[in-house]
Each structure stands twice: as C-alpha cells, then as structure tokens.
Design a protein around this ligand. Structure first.
Ligand code: IPD
Ligand code: CA
Ligand code: CA
Length: 269
C-alpha cells in the first residue's frame, strides 16, 4: 500500500476540515451535552466529522472508519484490513470557549489497530503533524524529535482529566498533585492529540492521561514513537487497552520510568 499517498490525502482532508473549523470558530458557538454536563459537542464537531468521513470513504471504501461523533462506517469492522480513527475536534471544550487550542486527529491502523499513518492538524496555528510507521515524524514537513531531558525535575509535562471527573474517584487528581511537586512545569492544555504531538515535537518531555479513546490517541502515539519517544500503559506495557481504561504514559523515554513510578505510587489499582 502507498502510505505516502494516503498521508498526503489525509493531510489535505484534515486541512480542509480545518477550514470548516476556522469558519465556525469565528461564529457564535452553540453546544449540546453528551455523557454529562461537562461532556459537550458542537455543530462544528458534527460537520467536520461528516466531511472527513465522506472524503476518506470516497477514497478508501474498503476501509472501516470509526468517528467519535458518528460511530462505525465503511467496510465491515470484522473484515476490513485497514481502519480509520477520526476525532474531528480534539479539544471541544477549548473550541466551545473560544480558546484556539484544538485539532483534527486522523489515524489509519492495520487490522490489529496498530497505527500506520498519523495526521494531526491544528487549524488556528496551521501546524500539520504527520507520521508514517518506520519513516519518522514531521511538523510542517520537517522532521521532529522528542527532547533529551533526562530528569523529571527538569521536565515540562502535560495531562488531562476524564469527563467523569466530578463523579468518579479515578479522575487523575491524585496523580496531577504528585506530578505538580516533581516537575519543572505541568500543563492541562485540553487536547490529548496535541499533547502527544507536543511530546513528539519536543515541546513536552512527557504526558499521561487515563480514560482515553482510540480516536484521541492513535495518531499521537505513532507521532511520539516515530519521533523517538515511548508510549505505554500505566504499568509500562504496550498491550491494547481499548476495552478497558485507556491509560497512557508517553515521554522522551528518558523520564519514562520516573513517570511510571509516580503513577505506581499514587494510583488506586
Ligand atoms: C478530550 C480532550 C481532552 C482530554 C479528554 C478528551 P474531546 O477530547 O482530548 O484533552 O482530557 O480526555 O476526551 O472531547 O475534546 O474530543
Ligand atoms: Ca478527543
Ligand atoms: Ca472530539
């Protein structure tokens, strides 16, 4: 398969979705709630996803596609060799509040859900992060790499919180408190896909978060790995965890063990 051609098509589609999002961002933004009062969706999420899934399936009707807002489409999930995971806006809370930090995240995986092609596009900065398995990661066409920071105390890390944070105890507040005391800087930017892209681009030294979905992370995971970094679950393994809690730790690899140690000590297993 021609992964370079797929990457270039997916990049164009993500940039065109970005045009839709920039336009919607300038208008009054209404939102509807989803799983709870804090979990929201806007018309822009729906319109961008409709556009992305229509374009991808027009080019690749033999692929299966999973979109955050639309569920599964395209070829049957059980027989398709390739699968798209689409997050039309990662960072909807930012988008709906007029905060210009959000992105379109597209990942193509094989039948085992291992990412092969990744595209993350940030419309308000016009940054395009891309990766192909085995061929490295790029930002706007230029190779990117993770940092060389070797100590957690010298690191800047990111994280985020699940939408059930106000009702369930497994809400990352304990880990956030522990990390806060042990790093140079800690950020909650509001887009898991961009958090991972930031690790890949050497802006963050590390990032962790529980309760993430495949469309939040698959593109970012490939970016980090292709930029020389590491992504594991909370125990340091790399098994698939989509049916469980989706807990991820990513880093430049040098500070990974220190990050896992904090999680190990503070997490209620
Ligand atoms: C969310 C963002 C956020 C993360 C949440 C995600 P959405 O995705 O990535 O940073 O903390 O866990 O669900 O809802 O904006 O697509
Ligand atoms: Ca998301
Ligand atoms: Ca989303």
């Amino acid at each position: 398969m021609d992964t370079q051609a797929i990457l270039s098509n997916a990049s164009i589609i993500a940039e065109q979705a970005g045009v839709i999002l920039r336009k919607k961002f300038e208008q009054p933004i209404k939102h509807m709630t989803k799983s709870s009062d804090i979990d929201i969706v806007t018309e822009a999420d729906q319109e961008a996803e409709l556009f992305i899934s229509r374009e991808l399936l027009r080019l690749y009707p033999e692929h299966h596609l999973v979109g955050e807002e639309g569920g599964g489409q395209g070829a049957p999930i059980d027989t398709a060799t390739y699968h798209w995971y689409v997050d039309p806006i990662d960072g909807t809370t930012n988008f709906a509040s007029g905060i210009p930090h959000f992105c379109v995240s597209l990942a193509l995986t094989d039948a085992d859900r291992k990412p092969i092609v990744a595209v993350i596009y940030q419309p308000m900065t016009d940054d395009l992060y891309t990766a192909i398995k085995g061929e490295g990661a790029k930002r706007n066409g230029k190779p990117i790499q993770v940092t060389e920071t070797s100590k957690l105390v010298q690191s800047v890390v990111g994280s985020g919180f699940p939408y059930f944070k106000h009702t369930k105890p497994d809400n990352n507040t304990k880990q956030w408190a522990e990390f806060t005391k042990k790093v140079r800087g800690i950020r909650r930017m509001g887009s898991a896909a961009l958090d991972l892209a930031y690790v890949a681009a050497g802006r963050f030294d590390g990032y962790w978060e529980p309760s993430l979905k495949p469309w939040d992370v698959l593109a970012g995971v490939l970016l980090v790995e292709e930029a020389g970094g590491k992504v594991t679950d909370y125990q340091g393994g790399n098994r698939q965890q989509w049916d469980e809690k989706g807990r991820f730790v990513s880093s430049n690899s040098h500070i990974h063990q220190e990050m896992l140690n904090i999680i190990k000590e503070s997490y209620d297993w």
